[in-house]
Design a protein around this ligand. Sequence first.
Ligand code: UD1
Length: 362
Amino acid sequence: MKKIISVVGARPNFMKVAPLFRAFQQYTDIQHLICHTGQHYDDRMSSIFFEELELPRPDFYLGVGSGSHAEQLAGIMLGFEKIVQSERPDLVIVVGDVNSTVACSLIASRFLIPIAHVEAGLRSFDRTMPEEINRLLTDALADYLFVSEPSGVRNLEKEGIPQEKIFFVGNVMIDSLLYYLPKIAQSKILQTLHCQPGEYILVTLHRPSNVDHREELQELIGLLREIASLKKIIFPVHPRTRKKIHEFSLEDMIPTNVIITEPLGYLDFMQLVQHAALVITDSGGIQEETTFLQIPCITVRNNTERPVTVETGTNRLAGTNPTRIKQTVMEILNGNRPHGRIPEYWDGHAAERIAKIIYEKL
Ligand code: UD1
């Protein structure tokens, strides 16, 4: 019997581990355990995803919570070290690019435990993003690098990662999207918010570079005011963004016709994506989900680590200049919608490919 521990910490991790959990259930001689670091801990950022994605209670919960960058990383490392020492897994799987991903990789490598990184090779080439540092370090430590789009393979090869460690398997986030589509269709969120399909723009903003400083956040909220005069906006607000809006006293700037919600669960949120006229976001994963659903997406960033969503998909990088973003919004609302194709291997079977490769290697 081989033992694998998969790590989850923050919201975008849960829908990546759910299909891996299912895929490993097919292998009776693999014990697959889940460690939740507790980087995200609010019910709406964490436990709702376990329920909706039909994930079991995590086998280990570190309860790390928020703090400074160093506190969070150190807390995860201290907690995960104890787990690894007592469990001695044969493999640790980390996903994505959050602090939990790199912190647990550092511990696994210290104990010479092989690491699989799911969503390896993505690069924004912007080292001011904490996620870029997490990606570079995790990929340097990983033994099996599972890649979701062709740019990932090229980036890893350029960094000198040997080819035999790199596996282009597709996108586990899309595995989840395909698997849960029937449940997404049953969500009542459109009814609850009194919205019709195609009638609204969905907005999410949480990157530190967009929300942590007054000037940038104020500009973006000013932009929402202008866009709200063109079309209804639904804006589920991330805890980081809510905290900053409050800190900078920007609540009154948000027009009354913007529908503000708490962070939403996976099923409700994906139903809103699926029926949006347009999505405006600074998230990584949403660029991929809109590409798969062929919904126009405007990414409020100057770069993306997911270039396939722009080259092949429906994503447009609009930068952070409000005038340019508004212009792009108007173009799309006036019918100039990007026509995308679905990238290779985004077919619902990435986790099965990963499990098979890992099974053979172990
Ligand atoms: C983290 C990830 C980011 C990912 C995002 C998705 C890192 C470096 N960043 O950013 O890549 O896109 O998750 O959400 O790992 N908070 C709560 N409740 C929670 C979680 C957070 O109130 O359950 C608040 C706290 O005030 C906290 C702040 O949000 O300080 C930021 O949380 P943190 O986990 O540090 O980073 P995110 O911005 O969520």
